[in-house]
Design a protein around this ligand. Structure first.
Ligand SMILES: NC(=O)c1ccc[n+]([C@@H]2O[C@H](COP(=O)([O-])OP(=O)(O)OC[C@H]3O[C@@H](n4cnc5c(N)ncnc54)[C@H](O)[C@@H]3O)[C@@H](O)[C@H]2O)c1
Ligand SMILES: [Zn+2]
Length: 381
């Protein structure tokens, strides 16, 4: 018998939508979708890898529910978040007869969600979007909150819209085909919710994280639901990132993005891996400034390392400098009016926004980090 679905409501400026989490949900997706479809069909946007792994399962569930399926499959990977891919997708949707009352179903990781969401917000001046996220990162983060976007030469996610989905349907069993490295990377975003505002949840992660990674299905659903609740709460209070509250979700991300920029935003360093190191850097920097205890930073490092995530710059094997990394941070979209805005911590579960971080001090801290790491590694050799 199927487990009961967990339903988290996300409230936003113009309404609310449910996040439904249930093992095996994909087989019953037709029934879940019905109330959201004006026309008895869906335009499914997916990527080649997800479609090869899970496409048949979605197609047969829709066939069973007599819901028509129009598939649009993009290349897997970050390169699909581009102007070219967006134009291609938008024009294909129109050529295939999409009406304004149609629904686009994003079936994939964060790349597909961001691209399909963007297309849904502009084609025919906006049509309905349903998210069925298939990566752990998308299930706990990117499918919720309504941010869509693509990357341009000048940086990641610089062009985009806010377009809230009509519903998000999460089947944790879809993670069975997700590569383990991607799973670990997504897990970093789960830990992030504990570090931002919930010490109890972080302690839960310490106890359950390794079993969750190893494949315990109940634990995965529990962590996904807790993450959805945490994100829903923040998004409800600050839908468009105006009060600073939503910015807390960027904990570890300014440092992380700088590391990703150094490695070219690709497979060398996955987003979640960069965030894992970034969160440790944010905690160690907070400790260096006297905002929190170094013991908190060490506790987080220990947990992330226990699930196989990196915690230091040296582990990433990139040759860089504090100045270079700080320069990337300055260019990051979170740097406003010449000041570096950073999410720091007063301890596990107490992140806060510091709008006036000193760029030079951050660069000097990063130099010490790089130096400390290389000394430690030299000692190990
Ligand atoms: N909109 C937001 O609020 C938000 C938040 C966080 C991240 N993002 C964006 O999300 C993107 C990263 O998302 P991601 O980590 O999911 O990357 P992704 O979409 O590239 O997925 C990672 C890889 O896993 C594969 N995959 C996904 N699900 C699978 C499954 N079940 N089985 C087999 N393979 C599967 C994909 O084909 C891809 O190769 C970034 O572009 C980031 O900017 C957006
Ligand atoms: Zn992230």
């Amino acid at each position: 018998m199927a487990s009961l679905p967990e339903i988290v409501e996300v409230e936003h400026g113009s309404g609310a939508y449910p996040i439904v989490i249930q093992d095996g949900l994909l087989t019953r997706i037709g029934g879940w979708l019905e109330p959201y479809l004006a026309l008895r069909r869906v335009f499914v946007v997916s990527d080649e890898q997800v479609w090869a792994s899970l496409g048949e399962r979605l197609a047969s569930a829709l066939l069973q529910a007599k819901i028509g399926l129009v598939p649009l499959i993009v290349e897997a990977g970050e390169q699909s978040k581009s102007w070219e891919a967006l134009i291609d997708l938008a024009q294909s949707l129109i050529q295939l007869g999409l009406e304004r009352s149609d629904t686009i179903l994003a079936f994939g990781g964060g790349v597909v969600g961001d691209l399909a969401g963007f297309a849904a917000s502009i084609v025919k001046r906006g049509c309905s979007l349903v998210q069925v996220p298939t990566s752990l990162l998308a299930q706990v983060d990117s499918s919720v909150g309504g941010k869509t976007g693509i990357n341009v030469e000048q940086g990641k996610n610089l062009i985009g819209t806010f377009h809230q989905p009509a519903a998000v349907f999460i089947d944790p069993e879809l993670l069975e085909t997700l590569p383990e490295r991607q799973l670990r990377a997504g897990y970093a975003e789960i830990v992030k919710y504990g570090l931002i505002g919930d010490l109890g949840f972080f302690a839960w992660c310490e106890g359950c994280g390794p079993a969750l990674i190893a494949g315990h299905p109940g634990l995965r659903s529990e962590a996904i639901a807790a993450s959805a609740r945490a994100k829903a709460k923040i998004v409800a209070r600050d839908e468009r990132e105006t009060s600073g509250e939503r910015a807390l979700l960027n904990f570890g991300h300014s440092f992380g993005h700088a590391l990703e920029a150094e490695t070219g935003f690709g497979d060398t360093l996955l987003h979640g891996e960069a965030v894992a190191v970034g969160m440790c850097l944010a905690l160690r920097y907070s400790a260096a400034l006297g905002h929190c205890d170094l013991a908190d930073a060490q506790r987080v490092e220990k947990h992330l390392a226990s699930v196989g995530l990196p915690t230091t710059i040296a582990e990433l094997g990139i040759a860089t400098s504090g100045e270079r990394l700080a320069e990337h941070m300055r260019h990051d979209k979170k740097a406003a009016a010449g000041k570096l805005s950073l999410i720091l911590s007063r301890g596990i579960g107490s992140a806060f926004v510091d709008l006036n971080s000193d760029l030079q001090a951050v660069a000097a801290f990063l130099d010490r980090e790089i130096g400390r790491d290389s000394k430690r590694h030299a000692a190990l050799r």
